[in-house]
Design a binder for this molecule. Structure first.
Ligand code: PLP
Length: 380
C-alpha cells in the first residue's frame, strides 16, 4: 500500500491534502518519495522558520534531546527558563506561559484575561470580523468567521466580533475583558489591519480598563520583518500569543504577559503536560537568537522583492502583507493557481481568495527568484 492509501484509510479526513508524499527536505527544497523536487514557499504554514535540515536548529535539538527530552512542569529546566528570559528581553513582556500550539497560546491568553478580572460580568472577549484564532471550541468562538462555527454549536459564550470602532464602542465597556487582534489576518486572506484602527483600539482599551491581546501565532517570530508584527504599529499590548515559527518546526505555543498581568496565574490555575518541553524550547531559543536586526531586514528586503516582481504581472490584481507573509490576489481562482504551482514544483498556500506565500525566513535569493519566475508564468 502507498503512503497515500494508508493515510486515506487510517487518518481522519479533516484535511484536504495535495497529491505529494514528502520524504525529506534541505533548506527551502522538499523532496517527494517519487524523487521530485519542490521549492517550498509554505514552511509548513509558517513554521519551519529556517527551512529543513538546518544545521544550527538541528544541533540545538540534538544537543537537548541527548540530555533530556521531557521532564513535566514539576521541575526546572534551562531551555524553558532561558527561552522565557529571551522572549521577555526582546519584547519588554514580563512572563511567559508555554504550551504546544497557537490555539492553546490563545486559550491561555483568554484565560489570563478572564482570570485578571475574575468577574463573569466583565468576561466578554471582542475580536475582529474575519479573524482566525484557532480550532478549540473557545478559540473558534473567538474566530470572527461564522462558517467555522456552524457545525460546532454551542461554542464558549461571551465572544463577539466587530469591524470598527463604532461597533466596539456600541458594547458596554464594563462587560469587556479583552479585545484580541491579529495585526495581519493570515487565514482571513493576508489582510493587514489599518494602523489607525489598531491605535484606536489600544487607546480605547487603555482608557476603559480592557486588556488588549495580540495574536502573533502566524505573524510572529520574524515573519513580517519585525520580531512581532505589533512592533510595526507602535503599541504595547497586555498579552501576546505566538506559536508556529517560534520553534522552527517543533510544537510550541507561548503566551507573553505584560507587567500589568504578569502575576495573573498562581500554581494550579493553568497548565500543560508538554508545555515548556525542553527540546521545543531549545529549538525555539536557537530560532529567536537568530532573529537579529540584520535577519529581519533581510526578511523585509525579500518580501519587498516578491511584491515588486509580481506587482504588475498580468493575472495579479493585488498584493498584500508584510515581510515574508504575502497574499497575492489573482484573476484565476487561487486554488487553481496553487494546484498548477504544485505541478510545476512550487508549494504555495491559499488564504481565502488569495495565493499565500510564507517561505522560510532564510530562503536564498536564487531559489526565491526561480519560484517567482514560475509564479509569473502560472498566474497569467
Ligand atoms: C492567527 C492564528 N491564530 C491561531 C492559530 C491556530 O494555531 P494552531 O493551528 O497552532 O492551533 C492560527 C493557525 O493558523 C493562526 O493563524
Amino acid at each position: 500500500m502507498s503512503i497515500t492509501s494508508i493515510d486515506n484509510e487510517f487518518v481522519a479526513h479533516s484535511y484536504g491534502r495535495f497529491p505529494v508524499e514528502i520524504e525529506k527536505g534541505k533548506g527551502s527544497i522538499l523532496y517527494s518519495t517519487d524523487n521530485k523536487e519542490y521549492i517550498d514557499l509554505t514552511s509548513g504554514i509558517g513554521v519551519t522558520s529556517f527551512g529543513f535540515n538546518d544545521e544550527t536548529w538541528k544541533n540545538a535539538v540534538i544537543e537537548q534531546i541527548s540530555k533530556v527530552q521531557h521532564t513535566s512542569n514539576l521541575y526546572y529546566t534551562a531551555p524553558c527558563a532561558e527561552l522565557a528570559k529571551l522572549l521577555c528581553e526582546k519584547t519588554g513582556m514580563k512572563k511567559v506561559f508555554f504550551s504546544n500550539s497557537g490555539a492553546e497560546a490563545n486559550e491561555c491568553a483568554i484565560k489570563a484575561a478572564r482570570k485578571y478580572f475574575n468577574d463573569p460580568n466583565k468576561s466578554t472577549i471582542v475580536t475582529l470580523k474575519n479573524s482566525f484564532h484557532g480550532r478549540t471550541l473557545t478559540t473558534l468562538a473567538a474566530t470572527g468567521q461564522d462558517h467555522y462555527h456552524e457545525l460546532f454549536q454551542p461554542l464558549t459564550p461571551n465572544f463577539t466580533s466587530i469591524e470598527n470602532m463604532v461597533e466596539l464602542k456600541s458594547i458596554d465597556p464594563t462587560t469587556i475583558a479583552a479585545v484580541m487582534v491579529e495585526c495581519i489576518q493570515g487565514e482571513g486572506g493576508v489582510v493587514p489591519i489599518d494602523k489607525e484602527l489598531i491605535t484606536q483600539i489600544r487607546e480605547y482599551t487603555q482608557q476603559n480598563d480592557i486588556l488588549m491581546i495580540i495574536d502573533e501565532v502566524q505573524t510572529g517570530n520574524g515573519r513580517t520583518g519585525k520580531f512581532y508584527a505589533y512592533q510595526h504599529y507602535d503599541i504595547m499590548p497586555d498579552i501576546v500569543s505566538t506559536a508556529k515559527g517560534l520553534a522552527g518546526g517543533l510544537p510550541i505555543g507561548a503566551t507573553l504577559l505584560s507587567d500589568k498581568v504578569q502575576n495573573v496565574f498562581a500554581p494550579g490555575d493553568h497548565g500543560s503536560t508538554f508545555g515548556g518541553n525542553p527540546v521545543s524550547c531549545a529549538a525555539a531559543f536557537s530560532i529567536v537568537n537568530r532573529l537579529t536586526d540584520e535577519q529581519l531586514q533581510d526578511v523585509t528586503r525579500k518580501g519587498d522583492k516578491i511584491k515588486a516582481e509580481l506587482q504588475n504581472v498580468p493575472g495579479v490584481t493585488d498584493i498584500t502583507g508584510m515581510g515574508l507573509m504575502i497574499g497575492i490576489k489573482t484573476e484565476k481562482p487561487a486554488k487553481d493557481v496553487v494546484n498548477a504551482l504544485v505541478e510545476k514544483g512550487v508549494l504555495a498556500l491559499t488564504a481565502k481568495d488569495k495565493v499565500r506565500l510564507l517561505p522560510a525566513l532564510n530562503i536564498d535569493d536564487e531559489t526565491l527568484d526561480k519560484a517567482i519566475e514560475i509564479i509569473k508564468e502560472t498566474v497569467c
